[in-house]
Design a protein around this ligand. Sequence first.
Ligand code: WTA
Length: 651
Amino acid sequence: MTQPGLYPVPAAAEARCLIDNEAYQRMYQQSVQDPQSFWAEHGKRIDWFTPYTKVKNTSYQPGNINIKWFEDGVLNASYNCLDRHLPHKANDIAYYWEGDEPGVQKNVTYQELYEQVCQLANGMKSLGVGKGDRVTIYLPMIPEAVISILACARIGAVHSVVFAGFSPDALGSRVQDCDSKLIITADQAPRGSRLTALKDNTDLALGHLGKNSPVQHVIVVKHVGENVDEHPGRDVWYHELLAKQPKSCEPEPMNAEDPLFILYTSGSTGKPKGVLHTTGGYMVWASMTHQYVFDYHPGDIYWCAADVGWVTGHTYIVYGPLANGACSVLFEGVPTYPSVKRMAQIIDKYQVNILYTAPTAIRALMAHGDTPVEGSKLNSLRTLGSVGEPINPEAWGWYHEKFGHGNCPIVDTWWQTETGGILITPLPGATALKPGSATRPFFGVKPAIVDNDGKLQEGKAEGNLVILDSWPGQMRTVFGDHERFEQTYFSTYQGTYFTGDGARRDEDGYYWLTGRVDDVLNISGHRLGTAEIESCLVAHDAIAEAAVVGYPHDIKGQGIYVYVTPRVGVDPSEELTKAVRAWVRQEISPIASPDIIQWAPQGLPKTRSGKIMRRILRKIAANEHDQLGDISTLADPSVVDQLIENRLNRS
Ligand code: WTA
């Protein structure tokens, strides 16, 4: 090692990888100096029915926010993921599907995937779904989830995948927001041996929407085989629908800027927003980042252990790998079931070369010492990836050594639902690594750091992370609320895209992500808005007021700390605390379950103008009451002492 904490590119990685450091530097410079010709060239990695003649037409200028890429090109995403590979790859495996229970498995070839996508696409058409219609997908991690996504893309319907862990209400509000005509779901979803009743949840969601429900049909995959209620005329069994359909379906020609999907994600305020991605630029970005960041070569076995319900699943389980004709593992379960050895066992079983997972999974395994890797060889692995939150150096070291045997580069990839794909990341053959740093920008990405006044910082600096220019995979709007799009991302630091993240740039120009600077929580790599949880809490009968903050958590990265003021006449008790926790799980999702609930009968710390001072609540939650800072602007500073006392009593 030349410098403590610096991991140079292993010689073997440099020799085998597509891009070495010299190539990275050269291509990066070209990509930012002459984006038009750079992307004119790289856009060709996608097959176009009508080639583009225009490449980049973008502006971040206030009053003229405009993002268009390849705007006169015509293509189809499912064609790029399927048809174009068939001549030479029909019998190649697209997915090794590994079920929740060990031993439950299925291989899906490109030909099989193609045929089922076409059948479902035809089936959806027979139900009256067409170009531009929205379809909600609420499925476990089974091949039908990928098939549903691609079937939508094939006919130009816009998919909105809702994570199968979300509650009926969360599902219902997402269905309503984007006016979905169709839901595709399954009877049940097993995960770590626990079953989620997806069809019952769907019925409940639609029941709550009542007459306002835009949904005309529900397609149900028989996965577990349980009996479910059937709503005649509305519900259709997936297998019955497909059985009647031809195995080919012409792909709908889509303009590059036609919508491909909506994915709901939490912001700092209000309800979750429907992040909208379009077709051309997104496909170029997904396939290019997948190839270069993971150094994917034909024949490699690749495993992204995310869920299709999140953007990581969209880009790095479905669109990126399939656009590149890759062979992936698709895993239904969790890393710790039936034992903490499951991940390593799957890697050996399928001889996985590239593994992409989240720090929270690594920390959960790391807590068991060497047990997770005992009995496994893990000698097929070549490249490791991390995504979703900052990876702490301890977890990085454990991952590097126990999974990577000390010689697999770790690509710590920073990106967001909004960015469509990876923006800041090492490349395995090009970048010397520093544990905890996402390192350098991908081609075409111009990150910068600004202070709170928006002043650009040069050299070594810390502040707010912004991106100065557009890249092809960028989101185009918030579905149904373009003003919110401009407001959220382009008004804070004018002329730039604001990420909502804080970052530090070191003397080598490496970026270190320091976490969100807004009220978005990152719980086990899942994004949750504090406002969302608070509005759920105050909807509970016993609660008058609530404030939610994050606090450091060993496994989840961040935990959810809730301060609640009971309504007059309500006495907080253990039981009530349990009921409040169950309420949040039921109303939003188990992932939003509060870790700590502290009752604050005396009220919450507020400024004289009535604004809750979260800064103080964060410090108390983190047990840092000696660093409260200035509390003189509080209306009633004694509230703080009481909160600290209660906090101390519990720890
Ligand atoms: C955080 C997930 C540090 C960040 C792809 C971002 C990260 C948010 C990293 C987006 C990383 C993601 N290092 N932080 N490598 N990757 N984040 O939309 O705060 O679910 O803004 O997209 O996760 O979360 P999202």
